[in-house]
Unconditional design. Structure first.
Length: 195
């Protein structure tokens, strides 16, 4: 059985160059999958923002929304119409006090993963913190209990197991950016690698 297929003519306008459609939802992870209980889970904000720590219950008190978004991995697969439930980034940001000098964010995750994102890319209305996938609690393999989803960039920017945002004045490189990936990762421009 083939795991990937070419997009149909109707789908082709939604699939960036060089991508194939995945029949399932592949799981790609560098390193071990963190095991974090809801009771222990914390989300920290620091850097050029008022230091704050959020618990799982704090996120659940925010408005929950359903999102349908296409998902593009730098390893050349895409999945269309992925259905998520979560919290809008813009709703979460309304809780923070961020210094006007902040222009970039480093996403931090359980397990030590990091990835950078420009503040303008982060603040887009379609971005969200996902806590459910296709109506089920987000599995550990897919980044549960919570991951960021940034649909307009390659999926390494949609950090699994996210547990913190560090606000920065200048751009710094995260894990994959230090290891040859593009600093931004826009699928339609095929911003896969830094060379």
């Amino acid at each position: 059985m083939k795991f990937f297929q070419k997009p149909s003519q109707e789908e082709s306008g939604r699939v960036p160059p060089g991508q194939h459609l995945a029949k399932g939802f592949p799981v790609l992870t560098y390193g071990e999958t963190p095991q974090i209980s809801i009771e222990e889970w914390e989300f920290r904000v620091w850097g050029l923002a008022k230091p704050t720590v959020f618990k799982w219950s704090d996120f659940l008190e925010l408005p929950q929304h359903e999102f349908t978004a296409d998902f593009h991995c730098v390893t050349r697969w895409s999945k269309l119409d992925v259905k998520w439930t979560g919290v809008k980034v813009t709703d979460f940001m309304s809780l923070l006090e961020v210094d006007p000098k902040a222009a970039h964010i480093m996403e931090h995750c359980y397990g030590g993963y990091t990835t950078n994102i420009d503040l303008k890319d982060f603040l887009r209305e379609e971005n969200f913190f996902a806590i459910q996938l296709f109506g089920e609690p987000l599995s550990r393999e897919h980044g549960g209990p919570m991951r960021l989803v940034v649909p307009h960039l390659y999926a390494w920017k949609s950090a699994k197991w996210i547990n913190g945002l560090e606000f920065l004045a200048q751009e710094e490189s995260g894990f994959w950016e230090r290891n040859g990936y593009h600093r931004r990762g826009e699928p339609w421009a095929e911003e896969r690698y830094s060379y």
